[in-house]
Design a protein. Structure first.
Length: 420
């Protein structure tokens, strides 16, 4: 962090640094501050690029029918040429990142507009998922040529839109395999960003967008595998949780992973889930994918155990797979084990939150227990009195656990030494 003037004065007064050194430090941070980019300017620059691009498209659309085919073709490529010239000007003049983000957004939307306009002028057939795929592939190099954060975000959005249209809305539904290529193009940029600035705003943004995109895509892929998708989601979310334990990544992956595993456990807490389970007709490709993800989980668990990480939640994936094996013998027994595992996980998070004086962790554990109690409200023959007492007990647990955390926090604040 840059030093303030009072810090330099303090160092000078203590004879730690000389006046010349203090002046040199002051000049360094002054120059660094002058060249630093404001992220808000980059955001508004990208937004301005979007508005300019949309405005140009609307102007063309208003008079489109009055133009000849040649004029239409010329106008279709004009935004693309202009935006590329703007990007070249940014590179040659080495302008601030605001111009970079604006140029990237202009090129991105110009490519989409050019594709659609040329297809309309020359009556080129094609469906919407194919259009999105072509658009994403053509604009993928912008991530590396301009190193644009806006281009990365737009790439993820278009890639996810392709998955939704191809895997959800298009009929007949097909596996959107090209999505894997689009993500493969994105991964080197993501990896480099994590290595260079793991705690930055852009890294945090991608840590949110990437899991969201992968979850949407996974459902598009796994929906064609029948009941085998249950096991695929188990290892998928288990892998997410363990990826979140890596020091270079935010805890968002860990949160998404444990939430996904708990949803699987809640589903498995019902007897009917195991009664309907039939994974005998799983496609070979997804069986291989299941094995690869499971191998990755085993590797990450071995790493954590070797580093003496005693987090028991990392073993939940294996426990759910064992419960599935138990369901082959008895559906009711598997449901009981799923209930016990969910309850144990909730109690562990509650205890961990109390020990570490963390309200969020405590209430997350209590939320797991509450949802589990709600699930049992609908599929048990207990009387309303017993059910009511159950919810009263859970509610009292909320008060007791949060009170325990509050008391621990007050005690820790009293015992902390005073620092002048």
């Amino acid at each position: 962090m840059p030093l303030h003037k009072k810090d330099l004065d303090e160092l000078l007064h203590a004879n730690v640094i000389s006046p010349d050194t203090a002046q040199a430090i002051h000049n360094y941070y002054k120059g660094k501050k002058a060249t630093a980019s404001n992220p808000l300017l980059a955001i508004f620059g990208a937004l301005g690029g979007v508005l300019v691009g949309l405005g140009i498209i609307l102007i063309f659309a208003h008079n489109w029918d009055n133009f000849s085919r040649t004029v239409k073709t010329f106008l279709a490529f004009t935004p693309l040429v202009v935006s590329q010239a703007f990007a070249a000007w940014y590179i040659i003049k080495n302008k601030t990142p605001v111009f970079k983000e604006t140029a990237a957004v202009l090129i991105f939307f110009a490519v989409g507009a050019s594709i659609s306009l040329v297809a309309q002028v020359y009556n080129i057939s094609g469906d919407f998922p194919q259009f999105l795929l072509t658009w994403a592939v053509l604009c993928a190099p912008l991530m590396y040529l301009l190193r644009s954060n806006a281009a990365v975000v737009l790439h993820l959005i278009i890639s996810t839109a392709y998955v939704i249209n191809k895997g959800y809305w298009d009929y007949p539904n097909e596996d959107p395999y090209w999505y894997l290529l689009l993500m493969a193009v994105f991964i080197p940029y993501y990896y480099r960003l994590i290595k260079q600035d793991a705690e930055g705003r852009m890294a945090l943004t991608l840590h949110i967008l990437v899991p969201a995109s992968l979850i949407i895509a996974s459902n598009a892929f796994f929906s064609h595998t029948g009941d085998f998708s249950f096991l695929l989601f188990v290892v998928f979310f288990g892998l997410f949780y363990l990826i979140g334990t890596l020091p270079q990544l935010r805890r968002i992956y860990k949160i998404v992973g444990v939430c996904g595993l708990m949803v699987v456990l809640f589903a498995g807490s019902f007897n009917d889930t195991w009664a309907r389970m039939d994974t005998s007709n799983a496609p070979l490709g997804y069986v291989i994918a299941f094995g690869l993800m499971l191998a990755a989980i085993m590797g990450l668990v071995y790493r954590n155990v070797k580093q003496k990480d005693t987090d028991p939640v990392q073993f939940v994936t294996f426990a759910i797979l064992l419960i599935y094996m138990a369901s082959l013998a008895s559906n009711g027994f598997a449901a009981i084990l799923a209930n016990l595992l969910a309850l144990a996980t909730g109690l562990w998070y509650t205890k961990k939150g109390i020990d570490e004086v963390k309200y969020l962790t405590v209430n997350f554990g209590l939320l797991i227990i509450t949802i589990l109690a709600g699930c049992r409200f609908f599929d048990t023959d207990l009387s309303f009195v017993v059910r009511g007492l159950l919810f009263v007990g859970v509610g009292l647990g909320f008060f007791a656990a949060n009170y325990a955390v509050s008391k621990r926090k007050q005690q820790s604040e009293k015992t902390e030494p005073y620092e002048n």
